[in-house]
Design a protein around this ligand. Structure first.
Ligand SMILES: Nc1c(/N=C/[C@@H](O)[C@H](O)[C@H](O)COP(=O)(O)O)[nH]c(=O)[nH]c1=O
Length: 360
């Protein structure tokens, strides 16, 4: 295998753990000696061993004089296990290939410096684009201390997410809705507005055949208006409610002591305040399932990093049907958010379009 192929293997191993390592990044490592793979490892869960620790444990003494391919710069800090840079030095590897540097400015380059000081050759950048993409959300959070926001909407071909009576069951297919649960599984949190809770009474849990992690359910509810029997108030998953400063938190909390309520200082909920609060709570990735008014707020304030549009081959019609992105229309087309399509894929009878705002 070529060095590109060894790094591609490390990247594949890292990609297979996306969503399960939060708040840590997903990392993969491959140890090679004499053209033979002698160790493969990935970071599987925050608090557990890093990828290099697993790969080097598998390689054992045979690692001496070998090379390691790692998708993120080896750490220099003492966590659950000693720094990976020290472990690589201890195993006397000859060369380290690093796909991308740590995004944290406090540690970026420190792992490389430590390895080079110990006389180990380091090559940076092999598979860098794929390494940056795989931890895109983590890197964004590290840089901004705000969650990476993905807007998700399911709509008819003419952009409707419900009929004028509010009916939306179902627009997209089972297969497309299953894909939504895969997205929920890899996100730290999911967010909807109180209108969606009142209209749809959603569970907002991850229901995959193979199981999965429930994201934290975040409800924007200015006046704590959701009904006491709403399903998201059950104890199947964590639920946080963000409300305005006029809401009667005391009464709500006495009725629902297990629900975390975050009261913002203003009477209206501003998305930028929501993202600051969630960032402080360590939420790195946020999946916004709407509805229309919520999407309108995120789009108007340009506070999203990605949108996933699931489009069904149906035409609903009706100027009074519910549109995917509500709120006020800008006066001019120039005021539209300019995006770039990053992928379009068919899922069953539907298509999933992923688009991102043009890099600022
Ligand atoms: N109507 C549709 C959706 N509807 C999305 C939201 O309006 C629902 O309230 C939410 O997904 C329900 O969450 P649950 O209770 O956990 O299943 N989403 C989709 O992908 N396709 C649809 O056709």
């Amino acid at each position: 295998m070529t060095k590109e192929e060894y790094m591609a293997l490390a990247l594949s191993v890292a990609e297979s753990t996306i969503g399960q390592t939060s708040p840590n990044p997903s990392v993969g490592a491959v140890v090679v000696k004499g053209g033979r793979i002698i160790g493969i490892g990935s970071h599987l869960q925050a608090g557990k061993e890093h990828a290099e620790v697993h790969a080097l444990a598998q390689a054992g003494e045979g690692a001496e004089g070998g090379e390691i391919y790692v998708t993120l710069e080896p750490c220099v800090h003492f966590g659950k296990t000693p720094p990976c840079a020290d472990l690589i030095i201890k195993h006397k590897l000859k060369k380290v290939y690093i796909a991308c540097l740590d995004p944290n400015p406090a540690v970026a380059g420190k792992g490389v410096a430590k390895l080079e000081q110990a006389g180990i050759e380091v090559e940076i950048g092999l598979g860098e684009a794929r390494a940056l993409e795989l931890n895109r959300k983590f890197f964004y959070f590290m840089k901004t201390r705000r969650p990476y926001v993905t807007l998700k909407a399911a709509m008819t071909l003419d952009g409707k997410t419900a009929t004028s009576s509010g009916d939306s069951k179902w627009i997209t297919s089972e297969e497309a809705r299953l894909d939504v649960h895969k997205e929920r599984d890899i996100h730290d949190a999911i967010l909807v507005g109180s209108q969606t809770v009142i209209k749809d009474n959603p569970q907002l849990t991850t229901r995959l055949p193979q199981g999965g992690k429930n994201p934290i359910r975040i409800i924007l509810d200015t006046n704590l208006s959701i009904h006491d029997d709403a399903r998201i108030l059950d104890q199947v998953a964590s639920t946080w409610i963000i409300c305005g400063n006029k809401a009667d938190v005391e009464t709500f909390s006495s009725n629902h002591p297990h629900i975390e309520v975050m009261q913002l200082p203003a009477d209206k909920i501003r998305i930028s305040d929501v993202l600051d609060v969630l960032g402080e709570k360590g939420v790195q990735s946020l999946y916004v399932e709407g509805g229309s008014t919520i999407h309108g707020a995120f789009v108007r304030e340009q506070l999203f990093q990605e949108c996933h549009w699931y489009i069904a081959p149906k035409l609903l019609g009706g100027a009074n049907a519910i549109t995917a992105v509500g709120g006020e229309s800008p006066l001019f087309m120039n005021d539209a958010s300019s995006l770039t399509f990053t992928s379009v894929e068919q899922i069953g009878p539907d298509i999933k379009v992923v688009a991102r705002p043009k890099e600022a």
